[in-house]
Unconditional design. Sequence first.
Length: 250
Amino acid sequence: MTTNAIIMLLVIATLGHVMAGIWYMAFRNKWSICDRKIYNIEISDKQLARELKNSIHTPLHAVILAAFLYAGCFPDREVTGFFITIAIAFVWAEIWHYASHRAMHLKSLHWIHVEHHKSHVNSPFTAISFSFTEKLVFDLGYLIVLALLDLVFPLNFYGVAGWYVGYLIVNSFSHANFELRPGDYNSMLGKVLTSTTYHSLHHSRYTGNYGLATRALDQIFATEWTDYEKLYRRVASEHRPLDKLREKVE
């Protein structure tokens, strides 16, 4: 295992906590980026403590990826291979996240996901608060399929790892309780990509809006909340947060 690979694994192991620390400072010090609050509901110290305790599992991403690397997976190191791999990883991760996320909302499997959903309003640490089993299921599902593809078409380790870096950043953005994107976001990029408000609805209403980075599968399978864009405008353009968890915008 090369020095660069070890550095990349260390980045993946620690990035979730680094991002959470940044949002915590923003939250506590009331930085201007927090002005467009999504839910005007207090987050308890008990929730923060629970989420921090759960975050001990976050480095599991790096541990499992290191095991696949040690087993000889993802040998490609070419620039072209990096871009091809990160594109494949992105598409598969969107499919796997949506499918596994919806499955974990089934009564028989919800025990895997229930710990994450104890947070109805997202805090700086919600993005790293998952059960060990959920982390294991998500990582293995993501990596096993890529490893099988790797047998046919060698994939690039840094492409696979690069997706993890992007995921940890996007996932952290998605779990803030303030909207970072501009008011007109849904007129262009937001028609395809999700936002912090998008995922906040999933937590507060406990269902719908299952997508990770894109809205595509929610739109295809009709699991997107129909008042999302109106709510987004209220938060991002009008600076008017919601006061109740299941409050809807007509």
